[in-house]
Ligand binder design. Structure first.
Ligand code: ATP
Length: 341
């Protein structure tokens, strides 16, 4: 049995089914992202793990004991939200010490020492005597993180903790979170709707859709082989082409025939092509198309190309210039193609 086991979790709000039988096994020390569009049930699942919400069915088992009916404080987990609310009238140190004070199980001196240690972990010990309002948004976020880890929780639950930060700070915090995770080996569950964040931070990505798990795989695997059209689209806007597999090859909607290995059985199928695996010009295989749009993005250019009934996106280096209306070929290597299952 894994460290954290969710078995067949269901949750209804009135007649609405927010979670439809979720089962997950999470290993001790791993960093797992719950990824998915707004409303798919990520926060509800996290709150059920935390004990802030009771499931209608299923169980939550942590380290071998069933905690499904236990209140949050008995679970020894820490949760950090998007709005992390530090107490303004307290110093940074006292904010971090707060959960230990509430627990009341150790001396003041011990609590202070542990708060200092937690602050040192997020590299803010030098600001221990400041007030929250004297800190930047990113620093406040790190104080909240120190407060979450101060009593050495068994699992750290993070609900979109970085979504209020600007892009630069967000990146700094991502690095900080990863570093902290490596140093402490804390089992971490991270909720996000940002696929890039999920892929870059976590060992494993659980992609959710409408209250169910759509795909659950290591980050590199889910990116390389998304498996379903929804995952392909959500995990980086890959192209999904409706094709016909025939004995002699794969027929595109523009009539072109291609030879692609490991095609599924004859009939309609969905071919997944990542936009960065495509290039303008001949490849091992080439698609004939017409440029519909060219989007300049700084270091790269995205072309929107019509191929028969399909519109595909091609992400290229900026020197490959083609203009809307141009007839072009889009090249790719067949081994980069994936099939939806
Ligand atoms: P977001 O990224 O927008 O936070 P999410 O994936 O975290 O979305 P949840 O917050 O878990 O989604 O919500 C899942 C669904 O359950 C949504 O449709 C939401 O409206 C509904 N829901 C959540 N909490 C309640 C509640 N207390 N009462 C009624 N419906 C709720």
């Amino acid at each position: 049995m894994s460290f954290l086991e969710l078995s067949n979790i269901t949750k209804r709000f009135g007649t609405f089914e927010a979670l439809r039988g979720i089962s997950l096994s999470i290993e001790r020390g791993s960093f797992v992202s719950l990824l998915g569009p707004s409303g798919c049930g990520k926060t509800t699942l996290l709150r059920i793990i935390a004990g802030l919400e009771t499931p209608n069915g299923g169980s939550v088992v942590i380290d071998g004991s069933d905690v499904t009916r236990l209140p949050p404080e008995a679970r020894k987990l820490a949760m950090m939200f998007q709005s992390y609310a530090l107490l303004p009238h307290m110093t940074v140190l006292d904010n971090v010490r707060f959960p230990l004070r509430m627990q009341g199980s150790s001396s003041t001196a011990d609590q202070r020492q542990r708060a200092h240690e937690a602050l040192a972990l997020v590299k803010l010990d030098h600001l221990a005597d400041s007030r929250p309002r004297q800190l930047s948004g990113g620093q406040q976020q790190r104080v909240a993180l120190a407060r979450a880890i101060v009593y050495q929780p068994r699992v750290l639950l993070l609900d979109e903790p970085l979504s209020n930060l600007d892009a630069r700070l967000r990146e700094d915090m991502q690095i900080e979170l990863q570093d902290l995770h490596h140093r402490l080996g804390l089992t971490t569950i991270f909720v996000t709707h940002d696929q890039e964040e999920a892929l870059s931070l976590s060992d494993r990505v659980v992609l959710m859709r409408d209250g169910a798990v759509e795909r659950d795989a290591p980050a590199d695997e889910i990116y390389d082989d998304p498996g379903t059209p929804f995952a392909a689209d959500f995990l980086g806007a890959a192209n999904v082409l409706k094709v016909l597999v025939e004995p002699s090859g794969v027929r595109l909607s523009n009539g072109q025939m291609l030879t692609i290995g490991q095609a599924p059985k004859n009939g309609e199928a969905l071919l997944i092509l990542r936009q960065e695996d495509l290039s303008l010009g001949e490849g091992t295989l080439s698609l004939d198309g017409i440029v519909e749009a060219r989007v300049f993005m700084g270091t790269r250019v995205r072309y929107v190309v019509r191929v028969g009934d399909d519109t595909i996106r091609v992400l290229t280096d900026r020197d490959q210039s083609a203009q809307p209306g141009d007839r072009i070929t889009v090249g790719f290597s067949p081994e980069r193609a994936r099939w939806a299952r």
